[in-house]
Design a protein around this ligand. Structure first.
Ligand SMILES: NC(=O)c1ccc[n+]([C@@H]2O[C@H](COP(=O)([O-])OP(=O)(O)OC[C@H]3O[C@@H](n4cnc5c(N)ncnc54)[C@H](O)[C@@H]3O)[C@@H](O)[C@H]2O)c1
Length: 338
């Protein structure tokens, strides 16, 4: 069986999705679409498939496909996702959307509600947790190697000089970090307190410190920056900075660096420290596009129920709600409950 895929939005990321689908032995890109004709034409040639200049013309063409990726961008990298996603869901197609699910909560809610109403799979490319190292860390956690988890700390910083909106940094970058933290906390966030700072010469809130209380009592902290890259050139060379995750439990701690590059288990009392580099053969964050997209393909081919999709639209909406709560917390000077 082959999953036939259409991709809407043929920028760098849409083309990346296309390569990942075609690398999967049971997936094939059968259509691409971009409102910029040149981008659609170029991608159609690269993938050897039909190109379209609007979602409507793609739908009207009658071309057979089983699922779509929506890799548009827009305001805060998420403003354009809503219209094509609603069109595709309305027409009955499962959608894998890019992050942020949207820069607007009302739009995110509408997409999640439509997918639910139509019983369609709706996933978001929250790719950072789709690594063999993250899977091993999760296994450690589930088999009790950390004991009772008390705290989760995460750092995510990159260099991004984009100044287009005051909260661009929170809304565009931190769906990733907050999703990873929630995945390991195993619970939704109940309360958020955040403080922000504009970097030197910047107009946007490019540095953030966020405290989180999860519903199961775990406490978390996120430090994020768009003024990052202090000497660390992993996570994609020049533009990417550093990603670290620390999970502290009653019996042990694990540390995960750059999503896949280094994973260390530290026992609290006795036992041996266990250290893995590039566990499972993954050496770079860039490879997470392949693992995440392959997982989406596999879940579709296996007919996984829409509410069992990993990194779903509902997950994307939840992290966006945490982000809006952090912004509200900074604006009000208060802790915000979700
Ligand atoms: N998951 C990750 O790790 C990761 C990394 C980088 C970027 N992203 C996300 O990927 C998305 C795309 O990023 P990009 O850099 O490729 O953006 P881009 O702006 O280069 O490309 C988006 C394309 O979508 C097209 N488009 C917009 N509206 C359309 C519509 N209604 N129909 C058809 N085409 C339409 C635009 O013309 C453009 O060519 C963003 O949401 C970004 O946040 C994710």
């Amino acid at each position: 069986m082959t999953l036939r895929v259409a991709i809407v939005g043929m920028g760098g990321i849409g083309n990346n999705h296309g390569r990942c689908y075609n690398n999967h032995p049971e997936a094939e890109v059968v259509a691409v679409c971009d409102i910029v004709q040149e981008r659609s034409d170029k991608a159609a040639e690269a993938f050897g498939c039909q190109g379209f200049y609007s979602v409507q013309s793609l739908l009207d063409s009658g071309i057979a496909f089983d699922a779509a990726s929506v890799t548009t961008a827009g305001v805060e990298n998420g403003g354009d996702h809503h219209a094509p996603t609603m069109q595709l869901l309305d027409a009955g197609y499962p959608v894998l959307g890019e992050k942020p699910i949207s820069n607007r909560i009302d739009h995110a809610e509408e997409m999640v509600a439509l997918a639910k109403e139509k019983s369609l799979r709706y996933g978001i490319n929250l790719n950072h947790r789709f690594t063999p190292a993250a899977a091993l860390a999760k296994e450690w956690l589930l088999r009790g190697r950390l004991g009772e988890v008390n705290m989760i700390d995460m750092t995510m910083w990159i260099n991004n000089p984009n100044e287009t909106s005051p909260h661009f940094h929170m809304r565009a970058l931190h769906p990733h970090s907050l999703d990873v933290m929630r995945y390991f906390a195993g619970a939704d966030v109940a309360q958020v307190h955040a403080i922000f700072k504009k970097g030197k010469g910047r107009k946007i809130w490019s540095n953030v410190q966020v405290n989180l209380l999860y519903e199961n009592g775990i406490i978390g902290h996120l430090r994020g920056s768009y003024d990052g890259n202090w000497g660390h050139t992993s996570m994609g060379g020049g533009s990417y900075g550093l990603e670290t995750l620390d999970v502290f439990g009653s019996d042990g701690r694990f540390f995960l660096r750059d999503a896949c590059e280094e994973l260390i288990y530290y026992p609290r009392f006795e036992g041996t420290t266990e250290r893995h580099e590039n566990y499972g053969g993954m050496s770079h964050f860039g490879e997470t596009f392949q693992t995440r997209i392959s997982h989406w393909v596999d879940q579709n081919l296996a007919g996984v129920a829409p509410d069992k999709i990993d990194a779903s639209g509902a997950d994307g909406l939840h992290v966006q709600r945490i982000i809006e709560a952090a912004i509200e917390s900074w604006d009000s000077g208060q802790a915000v409950s979700l």
